[in-house]
Structures are given as C-alpha cells and as structure tokens.
Design a protein around this ligand. Sequence first.
Ligand code: EPU
Length: 311
Amino acid sequence: MEKAIHRDFAAWLVKSKALCVRFDEPMSRHTTLGVGGPAEAFVVADTKKALAQLVQKAGKFGCPWQVLGKGSNVLVGDEGLSGLVIKLGKGFGRIRALPGNAVFAGASVRSTTLCRYAVKNNLDGFQVLAGIPGTVGGALWGNAGTSAGHMGQLVQQVLVMDSLGAEHKIESGQICWGYRSMALPQGPAQKPFIIIGAWLGFCPAKKGQSLEKEYSLILETRKKNQPAGSGLAGCFFKNPPGSLSAGALIDRAGLKGFGVGDAVVSSVHANFFVNRGNAKAADFIALMEKVAQKVRQHSGISLEPEVRVLL
Ligand code: EPU
C-alpha cells in the first residue's frame, strides 16, 4: 500500500483529542466479510466539528479519505487502503423525533435500530429497510432497499458535509435516486462528500395495522431465504433489469456451493458469498469474476457488483 499520510499530518492526528486514530488498522476487523488489509489510518470522528477539522486538514495535506459505515456492503482489498478511512462515531448515532411522523437520523444509526424505532413508534414505511444490515449513512449512500421499495422514498432531506468541512442540506427531490445509487445535484457538495444524517418521513400506521407483525414476518422470511451470521456482505451483485434476479441467475448457472479458497457461493441464496473462515479479499474478487463469467456464458447476462470494492 502506497503511503499517503504526510508526517506532519500523522503528528496532528496523534495529537488530536477529538479523534480516535489507529494506524495500520486491519479492515478485516471493520467489514462483515472479515477480509481486507490495513487502512493507513482508521479515524473515528464523534462530532461534526471534529469531522470538519479532519477533512480540512486532510485536504491541506492532499490526503485521500473514504468513509466506512458498518462495513456490511464493502470488500476491501488485501493490500489495504492508503490515506484515511473515516468512521462516524456516537455523535452521529442519534434518532430525533420530529413533528408530523418525521425523524432526523444520524448516519451512524444502524438500519435495524431505525426499523425498531419506527415499529415502536407506529411509523409505517420502515419496510424499505427491514432486514438490511448496515447504517443509515450506508443505506443512503447506496440507496439500499427491499422488495418494499428503497431508502430514497423515506428521505425528505439529506445532510452532507463536503471536503472543505461545510454542511449542506439537500432536498430529496433534488437527489437522483437510482437502483442502489444516489447522486447529488450539481453544486458545491460534490464527491467526495460525507453523508452525516437525514430527515426521514414516515406515515402513521393504519388502523388495525400491526407493524410489529409485519416486521417479524419480514425477518422470518429473510431468515428462510438468506444466510445469516458472520462472513457475509449482503447481495454481491445488483439485480439486472429484466425478470430474473442475480440470485436466480447464479443459481440457474449451477453455482451454489462453488468457491475460490474459502470464499463460497451460499447454498441458501446464490447472490450471497460466504467467508468460510480464512478467505482473502483476492478469493472474493476471483469468485465475483468467475461467477459473473459463468452467468454470462449461461444466460448472456452481465452482472454488476452491488458490493463496493475498495482497492
Ligand atoms: N432465487 C433463486 N435462487 C437463489 C436466490 C434467489 O432462484 O439462490 C430467486 C427467488 O426464488 C426469487 C428471486 O430469485 O424468485 C428473487 O430472490 P429474493 O426474493 O431473495 O430477492 P433478491 O432480488 O435476490 C433483493 C435484494 C435484497 C433484499 C431482498 C428481499 C438486491 C440485489 N437484493 O434480493 O437486498 O434483502 O430483495 O427484499 O436487490 C442487498 O441488497 O444486499 C440485499 C440483501
């Protein structure tokens, strides 16, 4: 891994009381797949002020950075990552109730926490995120979704910080919500930006509607259809346009149980790849390539990764 952190910047990071910094931190500890080499520096920022100072300093020293949520939809390469990997800490992990069935949710709130909060407070609409691992920030970034819809449908406004440390509140209608993607409108907050929270609008549950029951049913179905436990990263490929899902295409190509090293196609749901214990990132990358190639040969369809590959 090429080093990108200047000596003076490293010294500033060490001295900063507002940040929690670990150098050469293995990303395998911060991704649900359990693979990935070291980040040159892994930094947790707990407040907006600390985060703004961090990106400003990084900019001054020309140091690249990227943001990690719960690490549930990423594949970090074995070589590790140059520069900073930024994680939003506890200060970004609150849900605030607002009038009119709305909430403000910080980016590091877990998706499951948000769903439970909604169920408890009779807020319908959470189903678009039910059963999806990760954080609200990650769900916004990748416009996560289920068969009930996608994250963007809940959003009123998104709060982002740009690479100069300035905050921007962006209306949902100005954001281009795509299938597993979102793009901000042209303006000051271009990539790289950090999603720090969002205002989300729910509907009151209808008379007689039990959100508790709906949630349990979704989780039960998910338990039946998808593998659970550690060493997973959700669906590896996006569903292609058309009638067959990526999982069905991989299954039809006869690839359940197919593997490279300890990276194996799940026998429960073919769009999930499992770390059987000692897989390397390279095994998952090779598995993705082989699976995509075999599906192409079998059905003529090209699969695109849903997992964010960071090399
Ligand atoms: N199928 C197979 N074989 C398999 C897997 C699926 O034939 O091995 C078939 C199923 O029988 C079903 C169809 O494929 O007819 C669709 O499967 P499923 O209902 O499991 O949905 P999916 O499209 O594979 C999507 C999301 C999931 C989300 C589920 C449930 C994508 C890429 N995946 O999966 O999201 O949990 O719907 O709502 O959009 C994720 O994005 O990481 C993720 C887990």
